[in-house]
Design a protein around this ligand. Sequence first.
Ligand SMILES: Nc1ncnc2c1ncn2[C@@H]1O[C@H](COP(=O)(O)OP(=O)(O)OP(=O)(O)O)[C@@H](O)[C@H]1O
Length: 389
Amino acid sequence: MAAFLRHASTSPQSRASLVALRRSFATGSSPHIAKPRLNPFQARSLVSSSGAIGGFDEMVAANSRKYYMIGGKGGVGKTSCAASLAVKFANHGHPTIVVSTDPAHSLSDSFAQDLTGGVPIPVEGVDAPLYALEVNPEKSREEFRTASKKNNGGGIKDLMDSMGLGAMVDQLGDLKLDELLDTPPPGLDEAISISKVMQFVESPEYSNFTRVVFDTAPTGHTLRLLSLPDFLDASLGKMMKLKEKLASATAAIKSVFGKQEEQKDVSDKLDQLRERMRKVRDLFHDPDMMEFIIVTIPAVMAISESSRLCASLRKESVPVQRLIVNQVLPQTVSECKFCSVRSKDQLRALDMIKTDPELAQLSVVEAPLFDAEIRGVPALKFMGNMIWK
Ligand SMILES: Nc1ncnc2c1ncn2[C@@H]1O[C@H](COP(=O)(O)OP(=O)(O)OP(=O)(O)O)[C@@H](O)[C@H]1O
């Protein structure tokens, strides 16, 4: 907390905020840093146009497992929002795991705790169990690749070549096996990361988690991630067919080459990966289990990108209904010209949301720009109480 408070500025308004913050951390109550702007969106966040979008009460209500993906443009506050939501879930009794699939992880920084290492690590200072995991895509990919390369490091294609089945590879050249396994297209890392997460989530050791929060990578990566399960399912499907063709050929020549065990290992891994991809794909489309929450800031570029993200999510049938507008300047009377110009700029950007064909349909919640960096559980708890209502 001391580190958190040390970063605050020393203006009279900030000093008042610090007093409020200190009191809040001491008592666990919700202080006011500055009066948040009264806006038409906050009302809408409680009663949606359809009447169907609830607030945090609804998010916390069900005991069955729910997944939340937090995404948006780089630097808008995705990690802070994801971490604050996870803290709030845990403090409402939900065993929760928060997972970063962003290759440039900042979950450790957000929790002010070392969460590297690719395994879930308990977060201290919350009521119910809260674990955080920074997925290591390179490590996950390596595991899969190793299994696919047991034939003297040659990969599936070389395995087939070594069996004298190179001609079959030529027939199936469009599979681009080497490309898929050795130089993965952008986003494959994330898809494998998600499959890794599913592995954690499926294992009995972690079966008690009732809330899973994903801190996703910036928009482009996330969109690839969302479309990849379909792509991989199809690609792996082709590979499985290839495997079946191979099975009979392998049986005939196994006495010569004795490779069956290794090929079976590869096949099993492909089977598992395909099964996980299907689960991820189903999960992405299930409104009872999953919600994608877009985070943006009140700036034209960020809002334009959020609108495109929202359109893509809808196109992919991913459930999306909430928009967090983070870092909104408090509307206070100030002699600071810079602040009032920025504030007017933000208001214009906020107006864009009302008329944007995609974003206007969402339930919008504004989160203020705090005068201190959000780091550590107490700060995240404070932020969560401001956003998740
Ligand atoms: N409402 C806020 N008020 C003040 N600081 C904030 C707020 N939201 C986020 N920050 C700060 O902004 C910085 C970036 O936040 P964060 O890491 O959550 O963004 P991100 O979208 O996850 O970034 P990246 O795309 O780089 O992963 C952090 O220093 C965080 O503490």
